[in-house]
Design a binder for this molecule. Structure first.
Ligand code: NAG
Ligand code: NAG
Ligand code: NAG
Ligand code: NAG
Ligand code: NAG
Ligand code: NAG
Length: 279
């Protein structure tokens, strides 16, 4: 073999090595892309699957036929898919709210502001009070985050904006709370947090959106339950609660009770205790 031939053979071998490395790199990139693609699309399916699973769970296990969870999902996602996630107004959910009406909730409606855990612990154990999270849509979407994107039909669960007013999650809770407030009649209860200096916040969803859905004579009375703890700083005489009373529609009665968190917890766990005696 001549020297030149050896060198060109070596060169060819080296080139083949380079080609192999290039192929491997491309393969690796492809695999990464596929994995990423699968995770991203799975995100989408996962939210839908969770929505439908929670919906069926709510409808009751063992009743697979006859539930309309898939069609509820189809209407629900229309509210925000293919939209700028800061441009989803509460009205976008009108369709799904109409598709899943609330049962009558006379004397049992409870709202809460900054007292979620204690209220849910109570309504899980006692049937006499119900929050919006004890009904289908609220129960399905409790603690979830979702949004869409312009030019896509997917549902995303990460990087959803939280600061803008018209984000899909905030608008949903606004819309569903207003619908729930609209069904209230008789006595309505709201549980507020006595550990906060200002337990009634006019800017909260309850203060700014829900309160004005209560109309007399359908709603007779608003019962404020001010949940107190040992270190509580406010009581029923606080001025913010006076503001709440003044904001009520004319003809609706008002009552405020200071009830310790431990009493609420105890009452929730006492099955023989009628709710009317909890506070
Ligand atoms: C709600 O309470 C009022 C009295 O406050 C009572 O007249 C009415 O029948 C109750 N409604 C239901 C559905 O329990
Ligand atoms: C009231 O708010 C405080 C401070 O955010 C919180 O630690 C406490 O758990 C709340 N109380 C209730 C009953 O949720
Ligand atoms: C989104 O869905 C609509 C209706 O099903 C369809 O017409 C449109 O092409 C879809 N757009 C994208 C980006 O997939
Ligand atoms: C309505 O609220 C008032 C005052 O808290 C209470 O005395 C009455 O029993 C309540 N009625 C019903 C039906 O819960
Ligand atoms: C309620 O709180 C105020 C201070 O915010 C206090 O002066 C007043 O004594 C309290 N009233 C009762 C009945 O505890
Ligand atoms: C009572 O309410 C007012 C405003 O409505 C607030 O400024 C004040 O700090 C509240 N709390 C107490 C403990 O006084």
């Amino acid at each position: 073999m001549e020297r030149g031939e050896v060198r060109s053979l070596e060169k060819r071998r080296r080139r083949r090595g380079l080609t192999m490395a290039a192929i491997l790199a491309v393969l690796l990139l492809l695999i990464i892309a596929i994995i990423l693609g699968v995770t991203l699309t799975r995100n989408d399916d996962e939210f839908e699957r969770m929505f439908i699973a929670r919906c069926r769970m709510f409808r009751g296990l063992g009743k697979p036929s006859g539930d309309n969870c898939q069609s509820i999902w189809d209407v629900f996602q229309q509210a925000y898919i293919n939209r700028d996630p800061c441009e989803v107004p509460p009205e976008a959910y009108d369709g799904v709210i109409a598709a899943v009406p609330f049962d009558s909730t006379c004397n049992t409606t409870v709202f809460w502001s900054e007292t979620k855990a204690v209220v849910h612990d109570f309504t899980e154990k006692k049937d006499c009070f119900k929050t919006v999270e004890d009904f289908l849509l609220g129960s399905v979407l409790d603690d979830l985050v979702w949004c869409g994107k312009k030019g896509s039909n997917e549902t995303f669960t990460t990087d959803c904006p939280e600061q803008c007013q018209k984000n899909p999650v905030r608008s949903f809770w606004k819309r569903v709370s207003v619908a729930f407030g609209g069904t209230a009649c008789g006595n309505v209860t709201v549980m507020l947090n006595g550990s906060l200096p200002t337990p009634f916040n006019e800017a909260s969803m309850f203060g700014s959106d829900v309160l004005k859905t209560f109309t007399s004579p359908k709603v007779k009375q608003l019962n404020v339950v001010l949940v107190t703890q040992e270190n509580s700083v406010t009581n029923c005489t606080n001025e913010s609660l006076g503001n709440l009373k003044m904001k009520l529609n004319k003809g609706i009665g008002y009552r405020c009770s200071e009830v310790s968190q431990s009493k609420i917890e105890w009452c929730a766990s006492a099955p023989e205790k009628p709710c009317s005696l909890c506070w």
